[in-house]
Every structure is written in C-alpha cells, then in structure tokens.
Design a protein around this ligand. Structure first.
Ligand SMILES: [Fe+2]
Length: 331
C-alpha cells in the first residue's frame, strides 16, 4: 500500500480534469479515434481468433477476495460481503453467454450487496440487453447499485435509456446521489458520482443527506475522484476504468488513465481508502497482459485500524503465474 497523495494537499480540493485524448472533451480528433477503435473492435470480434483471444481472457477471470478492515465507527458493518463489477464492456468480445457465466460466479459468492462501477457497454447502447439474463441471477439482500462510466455516456444518446434499463432490472443508479442502507442496525451511506471525463460529477450532491460520521462508500468510475473523496470523509471509494493498464510490460502500463497512478489495487489516505479494480472486459483489443480480469469480493471486518489486505485469488481454472502477481496493495 502507498500514500495516495502528498500530505501537503489539504481539504476542499477538487479533482483535476484528465487531459489529452483521455479528456471528456468531444473534439473531432477524439471522436475519430473512438469511432476508429470501435470499428476495429467489431471487426476483430467477427474473427475466430478474436473469440479465441477473448475466451483466454475470460478463463483468467479471478474473484479477488479482499478483507476490508473497518475503523471503529464502522464496526457495525462487520460481515457485509460486497461484489464489485466494473468495466464489463458488454458487446464486442463479451457476449450474453460470457456475461451469464460471470454473473453465475458472482451469484455463487452470495454477496449481500452488488455494485457496478460503469462501462457496462462497449460501443452501442443496445449492448445493455446482453446483461438481462445475468442480472436475473442476482438478488442480494441489500440491493444492486450502479454508476455510469465513460463508455456508457459517450456511446449512449443520454443516460435515460441506460438508467431505465437498469432500474427495470433491479439496479438503482447513483449518479450524484446517495442512499442510506442498514446492516444489523448500523446505517451507512452508499453513494455514487457521474463519470469524471464524460459526465458531471458532484460529490456535494452525492453526500447530501449523509448523517454526521456515517460510514460512507462511494462509487466512481474514474479512480482520480478519490483525490476529492478522501478530503471529504468518504471511507471507501470503489473505481475501475483503468483495466489495471490492460497491457502491462515489465510491470508498467503504456497507457496512463490516472493522473495519480491509481492503476489497480489499494490506495490509502488517512482513514480513506480506494480500491481500483482491473474490471472484467476489454476495449480495443481482446488482449490483457499481466492484468487479468477480476471481480473483487469485499468482506467488511471489524478490527483495529489496519491495512486492507488481499486475502486470496480464486481463478476458474488453476491460477497461472500471471494471476498470482500482486498489485499495488503489496507495495
Ligand atoms: Fe472507462
């Protein structure tokens, strides 16, 4: 684990916007690149080799079981099991059968709460329909919640259809809003923000209604939002977007999605923690190197303040060496 931001940075700070091709500004160059990569995605998806490559990735999916130590004021949440699914990128490469298989594995973990971190679709709004069967397999007692990712916003006309589909299938959308949930008599605030690059995130709205000192979990597709969340008393931020770099060579990813290098795993600042999931799907090419797909399953554990730790990694097949690489939480 490492300190997420320098100590000199203080309260009331705002997250800086990403720049360059990773910004949300819809310039002609960015549109051109997006449409070009989408066309390549779809073309490769039609080839047997594309399917073969994707099956290799899906077979490497790991359920990352993580203990989340709770600070004293959150002790009442002991025992909650949370499944966090992000960056599914349904559509190119990820078909309905693949998604059913992923959701079945998550359902077998019997989570109390299921959270979606955005980028549910890849490049077409209708790809949402591929999630129907999978979602029917899940009925966690504390519910299912989601925030949008940049793909959901960029490739949809607006979020209207996306929200309607999810709500119809039992998933509440937390786009700049929060809800109070209760576990064994202890309440906590679960909230989410809009995507940093394509949307209009507002933490003030997401936290509106939170009780004083109420334990808080925030969903934000983009991990850089932790910069702002940590300064506002959010206990746990869950993010995706980076795919863990998707392609890592000698431990480094050529493409940097995070200004703060929040690429994968745990980051901490004071009592506030961020977990960045490598996500499930892929974009552009059906290739992952040293960044296997994952679904983190968090178990909240009451204990004195301690570092969160990775408990175990469970692959569908015997884990290969690549799956056992330990990301940033071991640093
Ligand atoms: Fe994303």
């Amino acid at each position: 684990m490492k300190d997420a931001v320098p100590e000199m940075l203080t309260q009331a700070r705002r997250v800086p916007m990403p720049v360059g091709l990773l910004t949300g500004r819809r310039t002609w160059l960015r549109r051109l690149v997006s449409w070009g990569t989408a066309a390549i995605n779809r073309a490769i998806d039609l080839l047997p080799v594309g399917r073969w490559l994707h099956m290799r990735i899906l077979n490497a999916l790991v359920l990352t079981r993580v203990e989340m130590p709770l600070v004293p004021r959150s002790r009442g949440l002991h025992g909650i099991r949370v499944a966090f699914l992000t960056d599914l990128h349904a559509g190119s490469f990820m078909n309905e059968r693949d998604l059913r298989r992923v959701f079945a594995r998550v359902a077998a973990e019997r989570p109390h709460l299921v959270l979606f971190g955005g980028d549910l679709i890849n490049t077409r709004e209708r790809e949402l329909l591929l999630l129907r069967e999978g979602l029917r397999r899940l009925s966690p007692p504390l519910g299912m919640f989601a925030v949008p990712g940049n793909h959901d916003l960029f490739w949809g006309k607006d979020l209207g259809l996306w929200c309607a589909f999810l709500e119809e299938h039992g998933v509440k959308v937390l786009c700049n809003r929060g809800v109070r949930l209760t576990w064994n008599g202890t309440s906590f605030w679960l909230c989410g923000v809009d995507d940093l690059t394509e949307g209009d995130p507002d933490l003030r709205l997401a936290l509106a209604g939170r009780g004083e000192d109420e334990p808080t979990i925030l969903l934000s597709h983009h991990p850089d939002y932790f910069f702002e969340a940590a300064a506002n008393g959010v206990d746990l931020t869950l993010s995706g977007h980076t795919h863990g770099g998707q392609i890592r060579l000698r431990g480094k990813a050529p493409l940097h999605h995070s200004k703060f290098d929040y690429d994968q795993g745990w980051f901490v600042e004071g009592d506030s923690r961020l977990y960045v999931s490598r996500g499930i799907g892929v974009t552009f090419l059906p290739i992952r190197i040293d960044a296997p797909p994952e679904v983190p399953i968090f178990t909240m554990v009451a204990q004195d303040r301690a570092a969160p730790r990775r408990e175990s990694i469970v692959g569908e097949q015997a884990p290969c060496k690549q799956l056992l690489t330990t990301p940033s939480d071991a640093r």
